[in-house]
Ligand binder design. Structure first.
Ligand code: NG1
Ligand code: MG
Length: 520
């Protein structure tokens, strides 16, 4: 699992047999366009895929494990480092970057000083994602090779097929493929997957989103045919998990809502606010449940303290004071935390800054400085109870889902009941996302209920939510019925282009993660 990013020598190392035809055309087009634009061939292509999250929504930044899988759609960066230096400023290197969709994503040329990559996160500019991968990769290269390391100039052509703002993680695919491209362009023969993932997680925050680490892990580590169990503590680990053989066979369908949720725009009231609420909930629970003065670990979460950090500290202290030798199972700990949250956090309409600061025994200024200053958030009240209830119960559902996957059904003549148990957990996630975490939207709710009526075992939003994509666990024999129902009851009511109709629903098999392809 851990180890270097693989070097592919043919497309069959990257894609499943059924995808190769389409992908070969796309790659040929990318390489031909590269030649036309830059007048020379590309040296290599760096590739990272998007992902769909099967279960474990909005808990990665609270440092609980999640279960995503990579999809076929990906970000490709064709690169050459053979750049004429005649018009590059002294002490600078040149980045020329273009996109195959040049009307939507115009080409740019940058002269970047050796010391620092400047990113203006206040403007919404597609090349910021490249720059954030560049910045992260250069930090790592400097750590390895010393501070006077001189980055190489690069010419790049990008082709991304992960829809932006669609909950399939186009950003993580772009940032991690960018960081990978920079590492390879600067002469790294092998790129370590864990190093790449960690730098991509930190890099993406430079674009103004306070993200967790699920997407980058799924993009880099995934292996074809398996989902990926990603855990973040004590350190980042990813392990492939295969789906048992079931009857009826199970298929994942991904359906677009065509509601675009742009974190860059709505972050302060949606995504970034949830991250802050979770961190505040951790601090609040620590103040009311742990002995006075207890410090939570300031771990790798985007903010200073996490619900997982509170969880660990709480039970460690309990065991210590009771002298218990056998620790409780994580499942029963999570059940206990759900009950404690419901009891101790009673304000259903949310807590004001003043109320929270009083319990934490700090001033409102200190609270703002510690919790709400790194990323923009806008809120009068913070729904600590609801957010913590979602996180603990969702973390529990991930464990339940994993234990179902690990116990093969005994009677394989008919596993409908087993399939239904998997589906139920997905449905519960959707209920919690809609009602408790408030990250769904009516269009996603609609896609889910249409699918369930037409035979889906379990349907839910995937990714950040507030639009974007949904994921559905459907028996193979019902795929057609589910697609038809969506067409009839949902898509036909939208004004969609042919291209959008084409991309609205995909049957997804778990795909492979990041790779480098050397062009010969
Ligand atoms: P998407 O759907 O890609 O925007 C986001 C976060 C994840 C995770 C999910 C919710 C980023 C890059 N990714 O995913 O880390 O928190 O939401 O589970 O912000
Ligand atoms: Mg994203």
């Amino acid at each position: 699992m851990a180890g270097p990013v693989p070097v592919a020598s043919s497309l069959s190392d990257i894609y499943t047999v059924d995808a190769i035809g389409t992908q070969a055309k796309r790659w040929n087009n990318l390489l031909a366009r590269f030649q036309t634009i830059y007048g020379q061939p590309a040296e290599f292509v760096a590739r990272s895929p998007g992902r769909v999250n099967i279960i474990g929504e909005h808990i990665d930044y609270s440092l609980y494990p999640v279960l995503p899988m990579a999809i076929t759609a990906d970000s490709l960066l064709a690169v050459s480092t053979n750049v004429a230096s005649t018009n590059t400023k002294e002490g600078h290197y040149k980045i020329k970057i273009a996109n195959v969709q040049d009307a939507k994503f115009p080409a740019h040329e940058f002269d970047i000083p050796y010391e620092a990559v400047d990113i203006d996160a206040t403007v919404h500019e597609w090349t910021n994602y490249f720059k954030s991968g560049l910045r992260g990769a250069l930090e790592l290269l400097r750590k390895k090779h010393g501070n006077d390391f001189e980055p190489k100039s690069m010419q790049i052509l990008m082709d991304g097929t992960v829809p932006a703002g669609g909950g399939l993680s186009s950003s993580a695919a772009f940032v991690s493929s960018s960081a990978l491209a920079v590492m390879v362009a600067n002469g790294e023969k092998t790129v370590d997957k864990t190093e790449l993932t960690e730098l991509a997680i930190v890099s993406e925050r430079a674009v103004g989103v306070n993200s967790g680490g699920m997407d980058q892990s799924a993009s880099v580590f995934s292996e074809r045919g398996s989902a990926l169990f990603v855990s973040f503590t004590p350190s980042l680990k990813a392990r492939p998990v295969s789906f048992p053989k079931t009857n009826p066979e199970l298929t994942f369908l991904i359906a677009q809502s065509f509601v675009t949720a742009d974190k860059f725009v709505t972050g302060p009231v949606h995504y970034n606010l949830r991250v802050v609420e979770c961190s505040l909930a951790a601090a609040y629970l620590n103040a009311v449940l742990n002995p006075p003065g207890t410090q939570l670990p300031s771990d790798a979460s985007p903010l200073s303290v996490s619900l997982h950090g509170f969880h660990e500290t709480y039970f460690a202290l309990q065991e210590h004071s009771s002298g218990a030798t056998k620790s409780k199972s994580t499942e029963s700990q999570l059940e206990e935390l759900v009950a404690l949250t419901a009891e101790k956090l009673d304000k259903r309409d949310g807590y004001t800054r003043e109320e929270i600061a009083a319990v934490l025994n700090i001033s409102v200024d200190e609270l703002n400085k510690k919790f709400t200053s790194r990323f923009p958030v806008r809120a009068e009240k913070f729904k600590l109870r609801q957010r913590a209830l979602h996180v603990f119960s969702e973390a529990l559902r991930v464990l339940k889902f994993m234990s179902l996957l690990e116990q093969q059904p005994t009677n394989t003549d008919d596993t409908s009941e087993y399939n239904a148990q998997l589906g139920d957990l997905l449905n519960q996630t959707q209920d919690s996302c809609r009602d408790v975490y408030e990250c769904s939207c009516k269009e996603i709710d609609e896609l889910c209920s249409i699918a369930r009526k037409a035979g889906s075992y379990g349907s839910r939003l995937t990714g950040a939510g507030w639009g974007g994509c949904s994921v559905h666990l459907v028996p193979a024999g019902k795929v057609k019925a589910v697609r038809e129902a969506w067409e009839r009851e949902y898509y036909s009511k939208l004004d969609l282009s042919e291209e959008q109709k084409e991309a609205a629903v995909v049957v997804s098999k778990p795909g492979s993660g990041s790779a480098v392809y050397l062009v010969d």
